[in-house]
Ligand binder design. Sequence first.
Ligand code: PMP
Length: 373
Amino acid sequence: MPFSPHVLDNALGAVGNTPLIRLDRIAREEGLQCNLLGKLEYTSAGGSVKDRIAKRMVEEAEKDGKLIPGYSVVIEPTSGNTGIGLALACAVKVKRTPSLPNKGYSVIITMPNKMSLEKEAALRALGAEVVRTPTEAAWDSPESHIGVAKKLQQEIPGGIVLDQYANANNPLAHEYTTGPEIIEAVTATPSTAEKPSSGKVDVVVAGAGTGGTITGLSRAIKQKHNNGCIVVGIDPKGSILAQPEALNTADAGAMYVVEGIGYDFVPDVLSRAHVDRWVKTSDDDAFAAVRKLMRKEGLLVGGSSGSALSGALRWVNEDEDGRRIARTKGANVVVLLPDGIRNYMSKPWFLEMALEAEPSPLAGQIARILKPQ
Ligand code: PMP
């Protein structure tokens, strides 16, 4: 949890305010002259960048009178993290209204099968109901997580879908919090001989699921800080969010293991006009980058953080602007790291990485010391 000098009212006070961290060891290994900075979202109360939108969507719906304590049932299709944020928000939103028997909001999360058991467990622990849906269902089919949420909303009295795919409060949460936090951290950090800084955000790199993060970040940084900032969107191979369209065709329809990014439709809240460049990433590159973030930087991030880093490194190596930025001392390249490894501890890709790593030089020594005499 980020440090606060004040006592917080509840867990929602510990949403966001995440640290921006130098990734110096990776930058050095890659031969970068620029600063490589990671925005570490797993320190938020629910463990991801999506806490921010959950908090804002709930609070704004309350203001609009769309959420009624003791009556409303919050139903949301999600890859899990928005659900965790909503369940957390709804857990603490219990109203002390004596006339209402059930004073909070019930939560139902619809989530594709591919999403991790850890997310389901966290959701259930927070008191949410979880409905799994077929991963391969097209977004607009009745069986998809979106279709099932719609059906439940129609049938359950008080059912309301806040709808992260279309809710303006999704990108706004990032425009008002994630973006300004990055700008503040970069501008507040002095440039020194040892750690030169341009004093501005030169590049921001983020994956897109709903697209709320990248759209909100772009709006905040370009409109209020540096119009010349280059916004790089990351889209997994098999998804269709990248532009130009030709980028998506090579791996059309491919399944990918990374969770939380990529879709088979373009959500309303994703404004691709706000993204300057797109990079397609593979699972293998993403998981190798997760390992690097753990081993070299001590950061226990999740799979899409690896996608963001591997995409950022591809961009600085392969794009003309990327190569120019990579050679520019003090240029600030910010990579958004959306969640933590807690969400993926039982996933084969992580267990292989953690438990089947190359034998440590210490292993033989330990075996010798502990061998029965
Ligand atoms: N990474 C993870 C782990 C996520 O859960 C999400 C949200 N779907 C994202 C990245 C992408 O964020 P956004 O929906 O704002 O595009």
